[in-house]
Ligand binder design. Structure first.
Ligand SMILES: NC(=O)C1=CN([C@@H]2O[C@H](COP(=O)(O)OP(=O)(O)OC[C@H]3O[C@@H](n4cnc5c(N)ncnc54)[C@H](OP(=O)(O)O)[C@@H]3O)[C@@H](O)[C@H]2O)C=CC1
Ligand SMILES: CC(=O)N[C@@H](CCC(=O)OP(=O)(O)O)C(=O)O
Length: 352
């Protein structure tokens, strides 16, 4: 590509919350041009009919999903679809020379049996799945740079893993003692009408769900085990919080060395993320708010140590739709293209 040429990209699932984040973010990306928007029930509609607030700057129609057409027009394709669809599209797109960045769970798992156990479906794309790279740049940056296919993490997973990674990589906690208390805004469920997401149902209330059986548990454990070099189990409980966007993971684990103090851990975390421009380790005693991360690709992390219980408490906050979804996907694109990792990604929120 010449300096002035823009990379032609497509978004399949453009009408959803991930899709509209991608459109909004890529509008400001200096090296990208969105040349295709695809959808199912939204096909044929003007994107601005679905999102009038972008009417003055997005003049694209959502087209039916035609893989040959997409491949003829796009060098990179973002798949922002419900689980179980990307694996039906990615093999063809890759065979036609496209790079594929999948926001769903289809290409996150290294063991296909784990995917099948939690997501179901009968897959026949083992060769393609074997090509996939896990799209968490802070942990797999070098692999992402060489990848043709990315499986982007879930939002709870991203936020939890960024909080846990230094502890597991450095062997600082007693294995299997990690407890993750996740809290997400309602946009985490996508732009789908479900009773529990109605204002009358979700407002002024916080509720746990998927207790002991949320499908982010095996995804978190897959990466924790990779970091630790041995099998790791975690206890993860998500909660729905009456806010639109934002995700907070509060993580508890028993320290191997009860003599460690929080300043030791702040130093360790700061060193661990010294080359990660989107991770902010907060000063001792400052705890993160999701509001700080909303609208940005940042992850704010704070660490506490309780000498009374011998536990470390890590607090990790992101915007579920940006660092937890679309922003992370673009971060991966930047790495795949050899661009600056931070290109086109916001790092300052509008407060409050
Ligand atoms: N929301 C979040 O915080 C996060 C979500 N994710 C994952 O990202 C993916 C997208 O999520 P999100 O944007 O929130 O979901 P939404 O429900 O908001 O959007 C889903 C999109 O998929 C399209 N779609 C649905 N069914 C079909 C179909 N049969 N064929 C083609 N397209 C279809 C819809 O298009 P149409 O309207 O035209 O039918 C819509 O554009 C999901 O896999 C989700 O699990 C990952 C991290 C965070
Ligand atoms: C509030 C809410 O419903 N959140 C979603 C998070 C979905 C997500 O992160 O996407 P993946 O399914 O691709 O992992 C959930 O708990 O399923």
């Amino acid at each position: 590509m010449g300096d002035l040429e823009r990379l032609p990209v497509g978004i399949v699932g453009a009408s959803g919350y991930g899709g509209v984040q991608l459109v909004r973010l890529l509008m400001d990306h200096p090296s990208v041009e969105v040349v295709y928007l695809g959808g199912d029930s939204s096909a044929g509609k003007q994107f601005s009919d679905l999102y009038p607030h972008l009417g003055h700057c997005v003049n694209l129609t959502i087209e039916p999903i035609d893989l040959d057409l997409i491949a003829s027009r796009c060098q990179v394709v973002f798949l922002s679809l419900p689980n179980g669809l990307a694996y039906q599209m990615a093999p063809t797109l890759l065979s036609k020379g496209c790079k594929v960045i999948d926001l769903s769970a289809d290409y996150r798992f290294w063991n296909p049996e784990t995917y099948k156990a939690w997501y179901g479906g009968e897959r026949n794309d083992p060769e393609t799945a074997a090509l996939a790279v896990y799209g968490l740049p802070e942990l797999y940056r070098d692999r992402i740079k060489e990848a043709q296919l990315i499986g982007c993490p879930g939002c709870y997973v991203t936020t939890s893993l960024l909080g846990l990674a230094p502890l597991l990589k450095q062997g600082l906690i007693v294995p299997d003692t990690a407890i993750i208390d996740g809290k997400s805004g309602a946009s985490g469920a996508g732009r789908t009408a479900k009773t529990n997401l109605l204002l009358a149902e979700a407002d002024n209330s916080i509720s746990p769900y998927g207790v002991t059986r949320h499908r982010h548990t095996p995804e978190i454990e897959q990466i924790c085990s990779d970091l630790a070099g041995h099998e790791v189990t975690v206890q993860f409980t998500p909660h729905l919080v009456p806010m639109v966007r934002g995700l907070l993971a509060t993580i508890y684990a028993t320290l191997r060395d009860p003599g460690l103090v929080r300043e030791d851990l702040v130093t360790i975390y700061t060193a661990f993320y010294r080359s990660s421009p989107f991770v902010r380790i907060l000063p001792s005693g400052t705890y993160p708010q999701t509001k700080w991360a909303c609208g940005t690709n940042l992850c704010f992390i704070s660490i506490e140590v309780d000498p009374r219980t011998g536990r470390v408490i890590v607090m990790s906050a992101t915007d579920n739709l940006i660092k937890g979804q679309a922003g992370q996907a673009i971060q991966c694109l930047n790495l795949m293209m050899g661009w600056q990792e931070t290109l086109g990604l916001p790092v300052v929120s509008f407060y409050p």
